[in-house]
Design a binder for this molecule. Structure first.
Ligand code: NBP
Length: 474
């Protein structure tokens, strides 16, 4: 019997997606550049379903029912192009190729067009949930042509996570839209994790809490508004001891790595002109953490004075929780604003309520409050900013006193909280009816004759600053 689906690239993600499909009753053809991964998968998990392992591409393609559906799960970038180049000569008109990796959306746009000209239907599909999600049910963000998606829909919606009977997979939009939304998802994931580390640093550095105590705090937070996968695994990581019996986290090198999706999100925000402070600060914080040699040198030259451990009262921990929640709302508001801008700029017609819906399960940023975002975008299609919607407005207003206190405290004690503080500054800038850019425009007009507009008159004006000082209408 021919297979329903082919998976190319059998590292953690590909292998687990293949097993996921097989467990759901689909026949799965397998191929990996180095055959050892294929062999391992079949020998360990072959009993889980119908697998057709192939040693070469011809055999792989021949094992698939037509029109063929093939998921590529290899390292993003050139490997994806290489794999497509190798694969295409074996394919027929109408076959569907899905790139399930973290590809840059502009690469996906390009591949979509190239393959379209060869009558191959290409789908760029973001897959989130890591290793476990791929196996148990990830969140999936497919983009491309709706008709091609309709063909794979019965399969992918069955493989995806389910929340209240709704699959965490829906058609996102044309071309690279699916990978774009996955990119922003990852950007939000960066911000979410950065905020968690800032809360951790405050509890540890200002209040002297140890890892097990902090694990308990995160466990408590999980039962409230912050309820999410990342808060849950933070408690688990903090609670873990190593073979010496000490908290593992205390021995992990404080140097973060990154693969690019956060950086792409920030760069795209700059291009679209969206104030994406939370995610961008999270990217910079990772970069600073990675400059360990420089930090060690600076720590000697500019010594940090450890605050005299204050005792954390319940109200102090509540304030940190509030700062975390409010900053998280800002990060999501900015991320969703970015998707709104992208949707307009690229003509995608993104349905943000649906995006929030498919992020409720399977993916790394799954959280209780995505229900709220879904409601916000479901009821108001013209929502200008998430923070202005009733639930989120009330939440930030309620959190504001604690948020301010925490930011002041961190500044006072020299604890870096780039995401907490920049989110608060964004919030303060957003709600000012009159900001300070009037002066900026004055300066720009002074040195560059860039002109300005006036509150009291229509039109554009220029002052002859270095001449007679008179104002002219331009
Ligand atoms: P990796 O990103 O580590 O890629 C390894 C796979 O790529 C192997 O199967 C390898 O084959 C194959 N490959 C490479 Br590298 N170059 C190739 C080439 N030129 N031709 C053919 N195959 C090539 O795997 P992963 O961690 O499973 O991730 C797969 C994709 O999913 C990536 O885009 C990743 O960003 C994305 N993703 C990962 C996660 C996660 O939690 N890991 C989560 C969500 C999305 P070989 O075995 O022959 O070397």
């Amino acid at each position: 019997e021919l297979a329903d689906l082919g998976v190319m690239g059998l590292a953690v993600m590909g292998a687990n997606l293949a097993r996921n499909a097989a467990r759901k009753g689909f026949g799965v053809a397998l191929y990996n550049r180095h055959g050892d991964k294929t062999d391992t998968l079949v020998s360990e998990f072959g009993h889980e379903g119908r697998f057709s392992p192939a040693k070469d591409l011809a055999g792989f393609v021949a094992a698939l029912a037509k029109p063929r559906v093939i998921i590529i799960m290899v390292k993003a970038g050139k490997p994806v192009d290489d794999v497509i180049d190798d694969l295409v000569p074996h394919l027929d008109d109408g076959d569907i190729v899905i790139d399930g990796g973290n590809s840059l959306f502009t690469d996906t746009d390009r591949r979509f067009e190239t393959l379209k000209s060869k009558n191959i239907r290409f789908i760029g599909m973001g897959v989130s949930g890591g290793e476990e999600g791929a196996l148990e049910g990830p969140s999936m963000m497919p983009g491309g042509e709706r008709e091609a998606y309709a063909r794979i829909e019965p399969m992918v919606t069955k493989m995806a996570a389910q929340v209240d009977g709704t699959p965490c997979c829906t058609f996102i939009g044309p071309g690279g839209a699916g990978h774009y939304v996955k990119m922003v998802h990852n950007g939000i994931e960066y911000a979410d994790m950065q905020l968690i580390t800032e809360a951790y640093d405050l509890m540890k550095t200002v209040y002297g809490l140890d890892a097990p105590a902090m694990a308990d705090v995160f466990k408590q937070w999980k039962s409230g508004d912050l309820d999410s996968y990342l808060i849950e695994i933070t408690a688990a990581v903090l609670a873990k001891t190593d073979s010496t019996g000490h908290p593992l986290v205390d021995s992990i090198v404080d140097q973060a790595e990154q693969k690019g999706t956060g950086r792409w999100t920030a760069a795209n925000a700059l291009e679209l002109g969206v104030p994406l402070t939370g995610i961008t600060e999270a990217v910079f914080a990772r970069v600073l953490s990675s400059q360990r040699k420089l930090r060690l040198e600076a720590a000697k030259a500019l010594p940090f004075k450890q605050p005299a451990g204050r005792k954390a009262q319940a109200a102090d921990l509540d304030a940190i929780r509030d700062a975390l929640y409010a900053s998280k709302i800002v990060a999501y508001a900015q991320g969703f604003e970015q998707m709104t801008a992208a949707s307009q700029q690229y003509g995608w017609d993104l349905k943000l309520g649906e995006v929030a819906t498919i992020w409720r399960g399977g993916c790394i940023i799954r959280a209780r409050f995505l229900d709220r975002i879904r409601d916000a975008y479901g009821s108001e299609t013209t929502l200008s900013n998430l923070i202005l919607q009733d639930y989120f407005r009330d939440a930030v207003l309620k959190a504001e006193p604690g948020w301010r206190r925490v930011v002041s405290l961190a500044v006072e004690h020299g604890v870096a909280i780039p995401a907490f503080s920049s989110s608060l500054s964004y919030y303060d800038g957003l709600r000012r009816e009159r900001g300070p850019a009037n002066l900026l425009q004055g300066l720009r007009d002074y040195f560059g004759a860039h002109t300005y507009r006036r509150l009291d008159q229509e039109g554009s004006f220029h002052t002859r600053w270095s001449q007679d000082g008179s104002e002219v209408k331009v």
